[in-house]
Design a protein around this ligand. Structure first.
Ligand code: GAF
Length: 390
């Protein structure tokens, strides 16, 4: 069990002095709107209960030290190395690219690192890694919030989300969008964040899941995904090629009515990638409207359609995810879909609380019948965004 007190205690044991504060940030479930973020489109995520904690201690030199409960080796960097326009590719590596990348990116967004004092950081987390629930954004957002406050930089949360994205793009090397950091930094309990990824206008919309006796079942297939390589970057490249061929700044600028023309102009694969983004943007808008007008019990068909589009048009699902979704759907879920970047990770199902045991058992049995590894299944209610805990 991790919490702020544990992070504080682990910090003290490790560094031999007390931290000045503890900050935390959550992972996320994206309810709908997948791969739309880097196409300037719409997303609708919420924070999960699992969080990453950063305990921070002051230093009187200019050294940044980072240690974690999940790796043996601490990392030590001089602030001079981070106060540069471009980080040398080999100056940070592995897990340290996340926290140190954030420290560097704060400088790129106007944070004055030239006179900042060094810090000791100790990180603990219970966000599952590789589950498509954005352990990376939880880490980036917790570190960004902690350093911003400690160094008195005064950056607002949308800017801190950009800081996390820049660290991920330039230092970690994953060409991801703004979805995950925004979810981690902007979420509020019992609500999801409706984000326009072009304007970065965000609206926190109550989901009323618990009021209506619904919950989100997360089915972590344990199939690993990796965003830094392969499919994710290829999908992004296809979207950019589609937008170029159609003469629009981004796929956000197309509507469902434009798809007939797109089909004539594009090759089949690019067309299907474009169709996913255009229809997914429409589904996010429809989900928000339906939720407002008729409540969460009415959004199921939109979740199901989103999954079909990811499976057939965007081709980012895997057989384990498709099985989890179809079993949940056939055993009474309101709706179900993959969440996150794809190629593994987790499926989510919107389910009546009473059906959780039956659907969980059915998914486990189906996985066993197919010879798939046992999934990890748990429920989530939308939780709190990043905050200072102590
Ligand atoms: C990953 C990325 F990090 C996000 O930016 C987003 O593109 C998502 O995949 C897909 O919607 O989580």
């Amino acid at each position: 069990m991790n919490d702020a007190a544990t992070a504080r205690q682990r910090f003290a044991e490790y560094y031999g002095h007390a931290p000045v504060g503890v900050w935390s940030a959550p992972g996320r479930v994206n309810l709908i709107g997948e791969h739309t973020d880097y196409n300037d489109g719409f997303v609708f995520p919420f924070a999960i209960a699992e969080r990453t904690w950063v305990a921070l201690g002051d230093r009187d030199d200019r050294v940044v030290r980072v240690a974690t409960s999940f790796t043996p080796d601490p990392v030590e960097v001089h602030l001079e190395e981070l106060a540069v326009e471009r980080l040398a590719p080999d100056s940070v590596s592995g897990w340290s690219a996340y926290p140190l990348g954030v420290a560097w990116a704060l400088g790129r967004f106007g944070g004055e690192l030239a006179h900042a004092r060094g810090v000791d950081l100790f990180i603990t987390s219970d966000v599952p890694v590789g589950a498509g629930l954005s352990s990376s954004a939880a880490l980036e957002s917790a570190v960004a919030l902690a350093l911003d406050e400690h160094w008195g930089l005064g950056l607002d949360r949308p800017t801190l989300a950009k800081v996390g994205r820049l660290a991920e793009n330039e230092v970690v090397g994953a060409p991801t969008g703004i979805l995950d950091q925004s979810a981690s930094l902007l979420s509020e309990p019992d609500a999801a964040v409706f984000l326009d990824c072009r304007s970065l206008d965000a609206e926190v919309i109550p989901l009323h899941l618990a009021d209506e006796r619904f919950t989100i079942l997360v089915i972590d297939t344990k199939v690993e995904h990796a965003h830094a390589t392969g499919g994710y970057a290829a999908r992004r490249a296809s979207c950019e090629a589609g937008a170029r061929a159609l003469g629009v700044p981004s796929l956000r600028d197309l509507d469902v009515d434009d798809l007939a023309h797109a089909e004539q102009v594009l090759d089949d694969e690019t067309f299907r990638r474009v169709r996913h983004i255009v229809t997914e943007n429409r589904r996010v808008l429809d989900t928000v409207r339906t939720l407002r007008e008729r409540g969460p019990g009415a959004i199921g068909s939109l979740l199901d359609a989103s999954h079909a589009s990811m499976r057939d048009d965007f081709e980012i699902t895997v057989p384990e995810i498709d099985l989890a979704v179809s079993v949940a759907q056939s055993h009474g879920a309101v709706g179900a879909r993959m969440t996150g970047g794809g190629f593994g990770g987790s499926a989510i199902a919107l389910v009546a609380v009473d059906l959780v045991p039956a659907i969980s058992t059915a998914v486990r049995e189906a996985f066993a019948e197919h010879g798939y590894g046992e999934p990890v299944i748990f429920t989530e209610q939308p939780g709190a965004g990043a905050r200072r805990d102590a």
